[in-house]
Ligand binder design. Sequence first.
Ligand code: AMP
Ligand code: ZN
Length: 113
Amino acid sequence: MNDCLFCKIAAGEIPSTKVYEDEYVYAFNDIDPKAPTHILFIPKQHIQSAAHIDGDNSFIVSKIFEAISKVAKDLGLDDGFRVVSNVGESAGQTVPHLHFHVLSGRDMTWPPG
Ligand code: AMP
Ligand code: ZN
């Protein structure tokens, strides 16, 4: 049995606020937003993290970034946005299913904490 939270969200088994969906990609609002716009983009297929991207699944990452670009245009994120993927616990990954945070709507610092 697959107990992965984001697999269940992508399958519609756990509710989420959908922002975008296609054959490979699902995007939804983060439940605890860190910026006025905070969307999570995930592959429908389970991939644990960016450290688990390989020649067999990397095409899905290009699909995710096509979706990010489209949604950013549709939502008018013209002042900019940040794309973040935490890999592993020390980097802040709490859900072990690859996801890209898209944050926008406020000034951001660099480097991140
Ligand atoms: P990370 O800490 O990088 O693994 O990011 C996981 C993100 O998932 C966090 O920003 C959480 O707020 C978010 N999150 C956890 N559970 C849910 C949920 N049920 N619906 C939407 N976002 C969630
Ligand atoms: Zn999963």
